[in-house]
Every structure is written in structure tokens, then in C-alpha cells.
Design a protein around this ligand. Sequence first.
Ligand SMILES: C[C@@]1(CC(=O)O)C2=NC(=C\c3[nH]c(c(CCC(=O)O)c3CC(=O)O)Cc3[nH]c(c(CC(=O)O)c3CCC(=O)O)/C=C3\N/C(=C\2)[C@@H](CCC(=O)O)[C@]3(C)CC(=O)O)/[C@H]1CCC(=O)O
Ligand SMILES: NC(=O)c1ccc[n+]([C@@H]2O[C@H](COP(=O)([O-])OP(=O)(O)OC[C@H]3O[C@@H](n4cnc5c(N)ncnc54)[C@H](O)[C@@H]3O)[C@@H](O)[C@H]2O)c1
Length: 188
Amino acid sequence: MNTLFPIFVKAENLHVLIVGGGYVGLEKLTALLANSPEARVTLVAPDIRDEIREMARQFPKLQLIQESYHEIYLSSKDLVIVGTNDKAVNRQVQSDCKRQRILVNVADTPELCDFYLSSVVKKGDLKIAISTNGKSPTFAKRFREVLEDILPDSLQETLDNLTAIRNQLKGDFVQKMEKLNEITKVLR
Ligand SMILES: C[C@@]1(CC(=O)O)C2=NC(=C\c3[nH]c(c(CCC(=O)O)c3CC(=O)O)Cc3[nH]c(c(CC(=O)O)c3CCC(=O)O)/C=C3\N/C(=C\2)[C@@H](CCC(=O)O)[C@]3(C)CC(=O)O)/[C@H]1CCC(=O)O
Ligand SMILES: NC(=O)c1ccc[n+]([C@@H]2O[C@H](COP(=O)([O-])OP(=O)(O)OC[C@H]3O[C@@H](n4cnc5c(N)ncnc54)[C@H](O)[C@@H]3O)[C@@H](O)[C@H]2O)c1
């Protein structure tokens, strides 16, 4: 059974810690900032890839700390993503986070994750997050590509029109809901 509960997080309201500055750190950082460029992110690692240093020049809310992980870096963090090449460090970060009740993702170690990153389809304001319950991230990536291809760019116009209608509708909540359901029947 797939018991994952999907939510859409306003990452710009959070302070995220990424532990590890290699390929995995870069991948997760890129995924985060592609969706939430205003998110406050601190990345800590003794070795930090050049691409990450370049991102720090583009994203003023990304702070890099060239040090090994220490629990002190969890201070005032809301969410943690860890992906170092040292499994003992990854496990230490995970257990520190659990003790402090901070949600943690240990990249590529599903059993230690409180949440997974998803494949993300974006068409204007429409955002679809895909997870395979950890079964095949590659399938999630491929399915994202399929959806990106079939969703028309005109979707944004549809959403804008529906917003305008939604804002103009008079009546109580139930009447508005009925009207919006009627108008959108053509989408089925
Ligand atoms: C979706 C995406 C989001 C993102 O990371 O941004 C994501 N992985 C992506 C790609 C990807 N990751 C891996 C490959 C290589 C091929 C393969 O293994 O399939 C590829 C494909 C590629 O890169 O082409 C390696 C891998 N990943 C995990 C394991 C461990 C394991 O399964 O046990 C291993 C094996 C490590 C090893 O062999 O040692 C685990 C996880 N990866 C997840 C997310 C979570 C589950 C998501 C879900 O529920 O589906 C979860 C559980 C935890 C997490 O990391 O959050 C992103 C696609 C973004 C996009 O392009 O749309
Ligand atoms: N790169 C991939 O696509 C991939 C895929 C599957 C699994 N993995 C696994 O994930 C792990 C990380 O992979 P990678 O490619 O990012 O490795 P990498 O060697 O590129 O980077 C490792 C990072 O961890 C940091 N690190 C090491 N000790 C640390 C500590 N004490 N505190 C903070 N940071 C520390 C290093 O400074 C470096 O930035 C590896 O174990 C690898 O086998 C990677």
C-alpha cells in the first residue's frame, strides 16, 4: 500500500539544510531552487562542487559553509536533506533530526526518509508531483517527460480564465462551487 501523503510546501517560508556538496547535494539543491528560488538554504560540506558555488552567486538566500557536519547546523532549520558519501554521517544527521523533530530526507536511502523528493511537472501555475512510492525514480522521471509533452501551453489561459470567473461569481459557497463544476465539465 502506498501511504505517502503528498503536500505542497511553501519552501520560501522555511530554512532548509543540505548536508553534502557533491553530485547528490547538487541534484537536490537544483530540484529545490528550481521550484522555490526564494527558499533560504544552507549547505554544509567540506568539499563543495563548483556548480554549487556558482548557484550561490545566483541565489542570494543560498549560504555555503565549508565544514564537516555538526549538530549545531540543525539549529533553526525546518527541513534537512542529507546526501554525503559517508553512510555513518548520513545516519548521524538522520538521528539528530529525529531527536529534534526536524523532517529529514536521506537521499537514496528510502528507509531513513521522512519525505521523498518527487518528479515535478510544471505548466504555468499547474504543478504535478510524481512519486512511485520509491519503487522507480527513473519511471517517475520518464512519466514526467510524458506529461510535459502532452500538457498544452494553453493550460495557463484556462487557469487564468477560471480564476477570473471564480473572482466574479456571486452567491454563497455552494452556488459558486456548483457553477464552477458546471463550467469545467468540458475538461473531463
Ligand atoms: C524523482 C527524483 C526527485 C529528485 O531527486 O529531485 C528522485 N530520484 C530521482 C532520480 C534518480 N534517482 C536515482 C536514479 C538512478 C536510477 C534508479 O535507481 O532508478 C535516478 C534517475 C536519474 O537520475 O536519471 C537513484 C536512486 N534514488 C533513490 C535510490 C535508493 C533506492 O531506491 O533504494 C536510488 C538508487 C541509488 C543507488 O543505486 O545506490 C531513492 C529516491 N529517489 C527519489 C527521488 C525518491 C523516490 C521518488 C519516488 O517515489 O519515485 C527516493 C526514495 C528518496 C529521495 O531521494 O528523495 C529524481 C528524478 C527527477 C526528475 O528528473 O524528474
Ligand atoms: N551521484 C549519484 O547520482 C548517486 C547515485 C546513487 C547513489 N549515490 C551515493 O550517494 C552518496 C553521495 O554521492 P555523491 O555523488 O554526491 O558523492 P560525492 O563524492 O560527489 O560528494 C560527497 C559529498 O559529501 C560530503 N561530505 C563527506 N563527509 C561529510 C561530512 N562529515 N559532513 C558534510 N559533508 C560531508 C563531501 O564533502 C562531498 O561534498 C555516495 O555514497 C554515492 O554512492 C550517488
